[in-house]
Design a protein around this ligand. Structure first.
Ligand code: ADP
Length: 290
């Protein structure tokens, strides 16, 4: 009985030492416990090697993505430049519409490729913590104003009104640059998927623990089936085929908010628009009244 209790105690100790990464074999004899210690040591060594390989793999992928982004910059910029020159010269020489359209396609596709490479690089940098998100306590109104101004030209093109309701300002914990990007992605979608002459509403609300920025549109809405999928990389609903996009914006938005200890939600009913909520941790109960 005493022997069994000792074995349990030693087993417990071995597990604790393994968890702390401090395990060393204490006996080298013919007992069962000694055999177990040897196996436990083998297992721990193998997991350290596996972890090391995984880290190395991650480093390789990071390096590869950064190389791709670096090496493709000049050729893509040149394709865009020569595409533009070609388009202009075809226009000046009065070329057939079909030929002008082909040149316009080269420009559009090169622009899309550039956007895709930039998004992939951002995604990989965020995932691998190369760029750190640095949340700090700051006004939520400032964030909303910045993102709204950025999307305004696109909204004006479609004559979509941006209705901002931010009655009270308060402090939330966020990284200004990255969170503005997350909010811009959501606003840009609201404008992109909504019909011309509709309205996009942005409402700022303070909850107990989070500050919420709600973006509501009068677009096509999202089906129940698509709702959990739209935050995945490269997912696009079949119904939005006619709109430009690569399916990364919401994935990035969710990653950014997650890194700030916030989150993003969507409520929608097909045919009745969508409401995206971006939740950021409130840093102070002290509301700055207008
Ligand atoms: P993209 O807009 O480039 O396709 P996103 O990651 O931003 O990529 O969005 C993923 C998908 O979510 C979109 O393709 C679309 O199907 C759906 N979606 C996002 N926002 C809206 C919206 N406001 N209304 C309807 N569908 C939306």
């Amino acid at each position: 009985m005493i022997v069994r209790r000792k074995s349990w105690e030693r087993l417990n100790q071995m597990l604790d030492e393994g968890i702390r990464g401090e395990f060393t074999e204490s006996r080298y004899d013919e007992t069962e416990l000694s055999k177990l210690e040897a196996k436990w040591k083998q297992f721990l060594d193998a997991s350290v090697i596996a972890r090391g390989n995984l880290e190395q793999e991650k480093e390789n992928i990071k390096g590869m993505i950064s190389d791709i982004s670096h090496q493709t910059k000049t050729p893509v910029a040149n394709i865009r430049l020569y595409g533009e020159l070609l388009r202009e010269s075809l226009e000046k020489s009065g070329a057939e519409p079909g030929q002008r359209e082909m040149a316009a396609q080269i420009c559009r596709q090169a622009e899309k490729l550039e956007f895709l490479i930039q998004s992939l690089t951002k995604m990989s940098r965020l995932e691998s913590d190369i760029v750190a998100v640095h949340p700090k306590s700051q006004s939520i109104r400032k964030l909303v104003e910045r993102a709204v101004e950025e999307v305004r030209p696109r909204a004006e093109k479609k004559e979509i009104s941006l209705d901002v309701e931010c009655r009270e300002d308060f402090l939330a914990e966020y990284d200004e640059k990255w969170t503005a990007e997350a909010l811009f992605n959501v606003l840009d979608n609201a404008v992109k998927y909504s019909p011309a002459h509709s309205c996009v509403r942005i409402a700022v609300k303070a909850r107990e623990l989070y500050g919420c920025i709600e973006v509501s549109d009068q677009g096509p809405g999202i089906s129940e089936e698509d709702t959990p999928r739209i935050f995945q990389r490269f997912y696009r609903a079949d119904s939005v085929d006619q709109e430009e996009g690569v399916g990364i914006g919401l994935y990035l938005a969710r990653e950014i908010l997650r890194k700030e200890n916030g989150y993003i939600r969507v409520r929608s009913k097909p045919g009745s628009g969508s409401t995206f909520g971006l939740y950021l941790p409130i840093s102070s109960q002290f509301f700055q009244k207008r």
